[in-house]
Every structure is written in structure tokens, then in C-alpha cells.
Design a protein around this ligand. Structure first.
Ligand code: GGG
Length: 356
């Protein structure tokens, strides 16, 4: 018996309703792959928990989470709790404490998706963004001087260490080598950010010297945002700092037709700690409770999770079940121009799993 221990953090807004539906596919996978068992433990931490306890998770929350094979997260944030409290109180401590220093986000136009970007073939949008996930602009350091006076000054720090910068850039090149991808683009802004991004470029140039056969270059992030739209086919691997990667991948998801589609993997490559998988979308309070949220981002994140756990065959089966529904174009949630509910989409995926 291969037992997989998963900790579920449904979180806020659409997170719980999407999670409830999506984990149903795991029960179906257990039936198909005899000998595989998913042991699920769910925790109701997030904004509701914060309103009662003044913290997003209990004091021993990270210790509880550390004891599993992987974490699956829904969405974080809800009106009534400032966004910087909810993000800094749950998502970022998990990423940082568990050294999930790689945030892996594919931008892949699946057949059947309607991209707002003019492309000749879905293959024209097929690249990955590898985002630094442990520090940089999200290090959380800063201070305020002369608060509430005309001289009020706020300093938000961005810490870039050699260790973290080097490892994410190396990871991007190694990913390119392993997957036979011909280029790596670094998102920079060294014309304006004269400390952090000048350093980022220096490390990028040092690392790229070891990968002479891979075409690599630095592009200012503003110009790169334009390339995403104008020349996506030139991109294979993009490596970016925490903030730039976050922004670029929302753009990447919009290129697939909806922010609800894209997955992400927060990876601790050494597997010393559990990695965490989550759709890139937020909690969407405007549609929460209506059962119409797009489950593709979460289902695709589960595919990345299964791959990370070495269950490649199971991951392929689930990915095929999801992509067949997308290609078929009959079952779509409203964000993709359809009328289907979250539950109808996941139900169709389960029917596909039964058939295959
Ligand atoms: N799917 C998790 C979620 O709620 N993400 C919203 C968000 O703002 N994430 C910021 C980040 O990925 O750093």
C-alpha cells in the first residue's frame, strides 16, 4: 500500500468550495490505482480563524503541517482582514519556514482554451516561470519614520542574498537542461533598481557562464511583460524575483484566458520539508459561495503535486482527464464563458477518470 499523507488548507473565499470538489478526484484515483491511498487532514485556518484568534494559524500550525508528504492550499484573503495580514500570516510563513524557495508556474495554452493573445497555435504559449520564493521584495522588512507627520517616510526593504539568488537561477538553468529547453530569460530591472537588480544580473551572468549551450539573456521586466503578449513563442524558461514572478504569472494566467486556470508549486527541492501546491488565483470574494469558481487551477496544481511525489503515471492520468474536458469545450465555468458549476466541471473530470 502506497500511502500519501496530504494536509489540506482550503483557506478563504472560493478556496473551500473548490477544494471540497477537487479532492473528490483523489477518491476516484484511489479506485483506479489500487494500492494507492490518500490520507487527508484538513485545517480551517485563514481569515475566519484570524477573526476569532488574531492569528491566521495556531502557534503550532507549522509544526502540524511539517508532518506530511505535501500541502494543498485553496486561497487566502477575505474582506475584513487586511491582505498584508492574511498573506504574511499564512502563505508566506509556510513558503519561508519550509524552504519552498522555488515557485514553479507553467504558462501553457492547453487546447480548447481561448487566449486573448493572438497566436497561430496553442504551442506558441508554452513556457514556465521559475519565481524566487523565499526573500527579495517579499522579505517583509522595512520601517516607518515620522509617522503621521508631513515628513512621513516608509521604507520597504528587498533582501537579495547570494545563496537564494544563485539557487533559483541555477534551478532555472537545470530545468532547461533537463527538459531540453533552449533558452532562459531573466526578468530584471537593473536600470532602476541599482542595488537589488544589478546584483541579480551579476549572479545571473555568473551562473549562465556554466551553461554555454543555452541561449540566455536578461530583459527588463516591463519589456518582458510586452514580450509575453507580443512574442510568447520566444519564451521557454523565465526566472524572476519574488515580486516580478508574482506579477508576470498573473499576466501569464490571463494569457490562458482566465486567472482561474494556472497552477503553482512551492517547492523545497531537497524534500527536507513538504512542498505546497496552490492555484495562483486568490480567494475571489465576489463569487465566493456561488459554486461557480474555476477548479482548473487547483486540479492542475494537484497534477504538479502528484509529479512531485513521484506518482507520474497518476499525474498523467489526472492531467489527461482535465485537458480532455478543456479540449471538448462543453463544460466551462463562467470565467471561461460557460455556464457550468465547479461541481459539474469536477464531475466531468471524474467521469473521464472512470472511462480511461
Ligand atoms: N492561491 C493562493 C492565493 O490565495 N494566492 C493569492 C496571492 O495573492 N498570492 C500571492 C503570492 O502568490 O505570493
Amino acid at each position: 500500500m502506497n500511502k500519501v499523507r496530504l494536509k489540506l488548507l482550503p483557506g478563504d473565499g472560493i478556496g473551500p468550495e473548490v477544494m471540497t470538489e477537487c479532492v473528490k478526484v483523489l477518491a476516484e484515483i484511489e479506485k483506479i490505482h489500487g494500492g494507492l491511498k490518500f490520507d487527508l487532514e484538513e485545517y480551517g485556518w485563514g481569515c475566519q480563524y484570524y477573526l476569532k484568534n488574531k492569528k491566521m494559524l495556531p502557534d503550532d500550525g507549522l509544526k502540524i503541517l511539517s508532518d506530511c508528504d505535501a500541502i494543498l492550499l485553496g486561497a487566502v484573503g477575505y474582506p475584513g482582514v487586511p491582505d498584508h495580514i492574511s498573506l504574511r500570516g499564512l502563505l508566506l510563513p509556510i513558503r519561508q519556514e519550509f524552504e519552498q524557495y522555488i515557485n514553479f508556474r507553467p504558462v501553457k495554452l492547453l487546447e480548447g482554451l481561448n487566449s486573448p493573445v493572438k497566436v497561430n497555435s496553442p504551442k506558441d504559449i508554452d513556457f514556465v516561470v521559475i519565481r524566487e520564493n523565499s526573500e527579495g521584495e517579499y522579505c517583509g522588512k522595512g520601517y516607518v519614520k515620522n509617522e503621521n507627520t508631513p515628513d512621513e517616510t516608509v521604507v520597504q526593504e528587498a533582501w537579495f542574498t547570494r545563496k537564494a539568488t544563485e539557487r533559483v537561477i541555477k534551478y532555472a538553468f537545470e530545468y532547461a537542461v533537463k527538459n531540453n529547453l533552449g533558452n532562459v530569460v531573466s526578468a530584471t530591472k537593473s536600470n532602476a533598481l541599482n542595488y537589488s537588480m544589478v546584483f541579480w544580473d551579476k549572479v545571473f551572468n555568473e551562473v549562465k557562464a556554466f551553461y554555454g549551450n543555452i541561449d540566455s539573456r536578461s530583459i527588463h521586466v516591463d519589456a518582458l511583460a510586452g514580450f509575453f503578449i507580443m512574442k510568447p513563442q520566444m519564451l521557454k524558461v523565465v526566472v524572476a524575483s519574488n515580486l516580478f514572478g508574482d506579477i508576470l504569472t498573473d499576466l501569464g494566467s490571463a494569457m490562458l484566458g482566465s486567472i482561474g486556470i494556472s497552477p503553482s508549486a512551492n517547492i523545497n527541492p531537497e524534500k527536507k520539508y513538504p512542498s505546497m501546491f496552490e492555484p495562483i488565483h486568490g480567494s475571489a470574494p465576489d463569487i465566493a459561495g456561488r459554486g461557480i469558481a474555476n477548479p482548473i487551477g487547483t486540479l492542475w496544481s494537484m497534477v504538479l503535486m502528484l509529479e512531485h511525489l513521484g506518482l507520474n503515471e497518476v499525474a498523467d492520468t489526472l492531467f489527461k482527464a482535465v485537458t480532455d474536458i478543456i479540449r471538448d469545450c462543453k463544460v466551462r465555468t463562467p470565467d471561461m464563458g460557460g455556464k457550468s458549476s465547479t461541481s459539474e466541471f469536477v464531475g466531468a473530470v471524474i467521469q473521464n477518470l472512470k472511462r480511461n
